[in-house]
Design a protein around this ligand. Structure first.
Ligand code: HEC
Ligand code: HEC
Length: 255
């Protein structure tokens, strides 16, 4: 009998884990740890994939731009959003695509580009609900004119697109602000303000969302489902225990 109970509880636990795992927020691809890459490995990749346009030391090969002082933030942004390597004419807007390099290679290339000069390091914004209002103000003034009040994107001068911010992770948002890719201006704001804007963009991504900020960011429907599964599991276990106690035959297996 013990065994049946354990098996039942085990099954409930496994079911719970499966449900929770499937509810993890979708990976936005860039919030892995900040473990730095290897400059040496990055140099090998750079010589093969970047040097023809950006030159041996990042000085640029006319008409392609110099990147010596772009910094790790810009390199990380360009590589993780698949913009680099660039495909197209020198004046074409770099297109976001699936990344051309794996995680380790991105870190190595970022380390090498960072070693070429003096640019912003990779930011580490935090999502902090108390910064939401500040983030909203900063966004309305600085970002909404191009990306729209809800971050759904828009066209800017020169035929460029200010992409929707629906998939941008907090770090990509902060990196874009420090790097100013393409037609976007640089917003060299303090860490707290980067976090505030990143928090607000995350909020926009989760809206419309009754009740505002979603706990854990998985939204009300899956949260309700988790509560249902946990609740149902508990009810089954309790019912089973009660039933067992009341129907326990005399002299059955010693406890
Ligand atoms: C075919 C030419 C080409 C190749 C190859 C290329 N790039 Fe670029 N790169 C460009 C162009 C053009 C831009 C400017 C894009 C824009 O204005 O949005 C750029 C921009 C950048 C920037 C942003 C510069 C800044 O001021 O913030 C970085 C960083 C960068 N490239 C890194 C790389 C790396 C790393 C590689 C190799 C994996 C690479 N690029 C390969 C053409 C190229
Ligand atoms: C003058 C218009 C303009 C303003 C203002 C502006 N952006 Fe941008 N933004 C752009 C353009 C254009 C791009 C595309 C860059 C490229 O060509 O690679 C972009 C790209 C981005 C991206 C990358 C999106 C992706 O999917 O790869 C993020 C994130 C971003 N902007 C965030 C912001 C934030 C946050 C602000 C406010 C602090 C802001 N932008 C202000 C024009 C703007």
């Amino acid at each position: 009998m013990r065994r049946t109970l354990l098996a039942a509880l085990g099954a409930v636990a496994v079911l719970l884990l499966v449900v929770l795992a499937s509810l993890a927020p979708p990976a936005r691809g860039d919030d892995a740890s900040l473990e730095p890459g290897s400059v040496e490995r990055g140099e090998v990749l750079y010589r093969a994939g970047c040097q023809t346009c950006h030159g041996p030391a990042g000085g640029g090969v006319d008409p392609w731009p110099a990147i010596a002082n772009a910094g790790e933030a810009s390199a990380d942004f360009q590589l993780r959003t698949g913009r680099m390597p660039h495909a197209g004419e020198p004046d074409d807007q770099a297109q976001p695509k699936p990344p051309a390099y794996d995680e380790q290679s991105i870190r190595d290339l970022v380390a090498f580009v960072g070693s070429l000069g003096d640019g912003p390091a990779i930011p580490d914004p935090v999502i902090d609900e108390s910064l939401l209002q500040r983030g909203q103000q900063l966004f309305a003034v600085n970002c909404a004119p191009c990306h729209g009040a809800t971050g759904n994107g828009g066209a800017v001068g020169g035929g460029a697109i200010a992409w929707p911010l629906t998939d941008a992770s907090p770090r990509i948002v902060a990196e874009a602000m420090l790097a100013g890719p393409g037609q976007m201006p640089v917003f060299a704001l303090p860490d707290d303000d980067l976090s505030a804007v990143a928090t607000y963009v995350q909020y926009l991504q989760e809206a419309p969302n009754p009740g505002g900020f979603a706990i854990g960011g998985i939204g009300p429907v899956p949260e309700g489902f988790v509560a249902w599964v946990v609740g149902a599991g508990l009810l089954i276990a309790i019912a089973w225990l009660i039933g067992r106690r009341w129907s326990k035959p005399e002299g059955d297996e010693p406890a």
